[in-house]
Design a protein around this ligand. Sequence first.
Ligand SMILES: Nc1ncnc2c1ncn2[C@@H]1O[C@H](COP(=O)(O)OP(=O)(O)OP(=O)(O)O)[C@@H](O)[C@H]1O
Length: 414
Amino acid sequence: MSSRSEKLKRKAVDDTKTKAKKARGETELGDGLRWIQHGKEVKGACPVIALTSDTLPGRDKIAGFDIDFTIIRTQSGRKFATGAKDWEMWDDSVPAKLKELHKDGYRIVFFTNQAGIEKLKVKPNEIKDKIEAIIGSVGIPILAFICTGENHFRKPSTRMWDFMVEECNQSVTVDLEKCLYVGDAAGRAKNWAPGKPKDFSCGDRMFGANIGIKFYTPEEYFLGEKAAPFEWRSLNPIDYLKKNPASNDKEEYKSKNQEVVIMVGCPASGKSSFRKRYFEPHGYVAVNRDTMGTQEKCIKAAKNALNEGKSVVVDNTNPSVAAREPYIDMAHNKEIACRCFYMQTPLELAHHLNYVRQNQTESEVRRIPDVGYNVYKKNFEEPSKLEGFSEIIKIDFKPRFANAKHESLFKNWT
Ligand SMILES: Nc1ncnc2c1ncn2[C@@H]1O[C@H](COP(=O)(O)OP(=O)(O)OP(=O)(O)O)[C@@H](O)[C@H]1O
């Protein structure tokens, strides 16, 4: 056989082996590195794709890095890469610095939010190929965790980190004091350095803070620049709790007489928690569109409960006069009182609670998107006694925690 046909044959065998490896989720990188999927699938997509290894020994020191505009930048100069090959090192110093960390006993780990995958704007293979190429070019084993959408694992949630230390570090305990995280989403304002644009978010800095490890921007870490000023851009949960310590009040809101209670408040302002705490234990029947499906079903359920002599609590956002009217009419027809409980939870806090709730749930239930808040704002009409309420009671938010996990999630930046 000619040497050319031998070469072709060898290449065909190699290609088949590579294909088989790829089909098994394995890479050409060695060290047992292979791609896995993690988390419950939603609409056919897994929330996390991860490059992990069962054979690499675990390490107690983790150096975490965001990828885009931290480890690499686009070669094209665009904001978003035009393909798997559109990248170059963010700075020439990056590979040497990563190698040095590796030599010093750190496990290098990439954590990247890639919501473009869920939006079908970017293919998982494009990101995977890019990560493999980066690792190949640095020449050390690196783990990688890709969050594929706006799900529970998205930074600044610590879930990708938790999964990495709990299940991908060969049971070696991580020493947070020695760990660090580097990312460009650091909350810096426009012109934080001459001509620099505003950071698109503060998510990387929050991610580091939520884990409880040191955080650096790429400029600080790779170029040795001084720390630039920044803003968190959302509720400061620790400060909030200092100013508003958790309460364990014994307030009572129930009525001795049959009545209709209408809750009013934006998404995640705490309405359901409130009615579960103060009304349901006293036999009030809750009607709620999220669980019942439609307004018609809520109205029917409310009528039935009232006819059985029970009190009813309408636990919807109820922003408008029109949304509240059918329930006020029901109360008037029955000649019973109708009270309005109007949540005063500030919007920024409700947004925070929206994320707390997402992180509390093990299921795939996600936070209410911004559009839910916009619809509420658009339809909002301040509740008034002229609508027929016997009383309007404004409820200030008081933190109360069901358990330690709830409290610790509340303390996370979101
Ligand atoms: N007083 C509180 N202290 C601490 N956390 C709270 C409190 N009230 C509610 N939360 C948390 O805030 C999140 C949202 O609360 P809840 O589901 O009660 O809001 P909601 O107004 O009923 O939301 P939606 O309108 O979307 O149904 C939950 O994670 C809940 O645990």
